[in-house]
Design a protein around this ligand. Structure first.
Ligand code: AGP
Length: 369
C-alpha cells in the first residue's frame, strides 16, 4: 500500500511516534523569534482585526473539543481574551448568539465532521467570522472557513487521534501568542513562549522514549473495569482527553473529573478496584493536587500520577506509579502531560487484544448527523 503502518503493529503506534516530526512541521515558518510572536498568514486577519476580537468561541467534536478547551485556556491566559470551547454537535441547536466581534474557531482533523461543518455554516449564515484548524487540505470545513491554520500532521488513519490533536494544540498556542502580542503580552513573554514551543518536539520525543515503562503501567490499568482521570484548570482538559482515548480503544469505563470536585461526590467510588490517573503539573495548584492524591490513597485507590520531576507526592508517593514529563513553560504544560496518556491507552488496548486502529462502534470521521 502507498501508506501503511510499516514496522508498527498499528497506525496508532506509527502516528504517535511521528509526533515529534509532525510537531516541527506545524511550527515551521510560523514562529517569529525576534518579536516573540506567531506568524500565521492563513488567518487573513491583520493586527487591527486581531485586536478588535473581543471573544473567541471554539467549536469541535470529541477530542477536537477537548483540545479546544486547552486552546481556550491558552487564549485566555496569554491574550486575556474571553474564550471557551463547546461541542460543535450542540451549538446550532441552542440558537447561539453570533457576535460580530467574536472569532469562531472550528477544529477538525478530517475537516469532514458533519456537526462541526454545520456549526461553521450556522455561524456564517448569521454573519460571523470563522477560522479553521484543520488537518485535511481542501476538506469541507477548510473550504467553508474565512481563513485558518493547516495542521500539517500528515494522513491520520487510526480512529484514536494522536498527532492531529498535538498539532491542534500547537496551532492554538501560536494563535494565542499572536492574539496576545497585539495586546498586553510582552515581547519577553512572547519570546519565552516561542522558545518553549521550539523545544516541544524534542521533549515529545523524550516522553515517547519512556514507552516501555508506560507499557507496564498500562498493563495494570487495563485490568480495572473502571477508572478516573483527574486534573485541574490546565490539567482538566488533559484528563478529559486521556479518559476519552482510554475508553475509545480499551472499552473500559474511564471518567474524567476535576480533582477539586472529587470530594463533592465521586470520592465515594474510590476503592482498590478503581484506579485514578492524576494530572499533577508543578504549577500553582500542585499542593492542592497532592492533598487530593492523599485522599485517594487513603481510600486504597491505586494511583498513576503524571507530573514533573521534583514534585513531592507526599504520603501518596508510596502507593503511586509516577510518570515524570519534561518541564515546559507553565502555560504550555498540557501537551507534554497528554502524550503519556496516549501511550497508556494504546498499551492497555494492546494487552486486551483489541483492534487498535478500528475500535468497535466508532468511525474515523462522523459525516452523518
Ligand atoms: C479522537 O480520538 C476521536 N476518535 C474523536 O473524538 C474525534 O476527535 C472527533 O470525532 C472529531 O473528529 P475530527 O477532528 O475529524 O473533526
Amino acid at each position: 500500500a502507498a501508506y501503511d503502518a510499516g514496522e508498527h503493529d498499528s497506525f496508532m503506534h506509527k502516528e504517535m511516534l511521528e509526533q515529534p516530526a509532525r510537531a516541527e512541521a506545524v511550527l515551521r515558518g510560523r514562529l517569529d523569534e525576534r518579536f516573540g510572536t506567531g506568524h500565521l498568514g492563513g488567518l487573513n486577519l491583520d493586527a487591527r482585526e486581531l485586536r478588535a476580537i473581543r471573544r473567541v468561541k471554539i467549536l469541535g467534536c470529541g477530542s477536537a473539543y477537548y483540545v479546544g478547551e486547552m486552546g481556550a485556556s491558552l487564549i485566555e491566559e496569554l491574550a486575556r481574551v474571553p474564550a471557551d470551547a463547546e461541542p460543535a454537535s450542540e451549538f446550532r441547536y441552542r440558537n447561539p448568539i453570533i457576535e460580530p466581534d467574536t472569532l469562531y474557531v472550528a477544529v477538525s482533523q478530517s475537516g469532514e465532521t458533519i456537526d462541526t461543518l454545520l456549526a461553521v455554516q450556522e455561524v456564517r449564515r448569521k454573519g460571523g467570522r470563522v477560522i479553521g484548524l484543520v488537518n485535511v487540505v481542501g476538506s469541507a470545513i477548510a473550504r467553508e472557513v474565512d481563513g485558518g491554520i493547516y495542521l500539517h500532521a500528515g494522513p491520520e488513519v487510526a480512529v484514536a487521534s494522536t498527532k492531529a490533536l498535538t498539532n491542534m494544540y500547537l496551532a492554538f498556542a501560536m494563535l494565542a501568542i499572536q492574539l496576545g502580542r497585539v495586546r498586553d503580552l510582552s515581547i519577553a513573554d512572547g519570546r519565552r513562549l516561542i522558545a518553549g514551543l521550539t523545544a516541544l518536539p524534542g521533549q515529545i520525543e523524550q516522553v515517547l522514549a519512556t514507552e516501555p515503562q508506560l507499557a507496564l503501567v498500562a498493563h495494570r490499568l487495563a485490568e480495572a473495569e473502571s477508572l478516573f482521570f483527574v486534573g485541574r484548570v490546565r490539567g482538566f482538559p488533559v484528563a478529559r482527553e486521556g479518559a476519552q482515548k482510554f475508553k475509545e480503544i480499551s472499552y473500559r469505563h474511564a471518567e474524567a473529573y476535576q480533582t477539586s470536585e472529587l470530594k463533592h461526590g465521586p470520592l465515594a467510588l474510590i476503592s482498590p478496584q478503581v484506579p485514578t490517573v492524576a494530572i499533577v503539573p508543578d504549577d500553582e495548584l500542585v499542593e492542592r493536587n497532592v492533598a487530593a492524591l492523599e485522599q485517594i490513597a487513603a481510600r486504597g485507590g491505586p494511583l498513576v500520577v503524571v507530573t514533573h520531576e521534583g514534585v513531592d507526592l507526599g504520603d501518596a508517593a508510596a502507593k503511586a506509579d509516577r510518570i515524570d514529563v519534561p518541564r515546559s513553560e507553565r502555560e504550555l504544560d498540557p501537551i507534554l502531560l497528554t502524550i503519556p496518556l496516549q501511550v497508556l491507552a494504546y498499551h492497555a488496548a494492546l494487552s486486551l487484544g483489541h483492534d487498535i486502529d478500528k475500535p468497535r462502534n466508532l468511525a474515523k470521521s462522523v459525516t452523518v448527523e
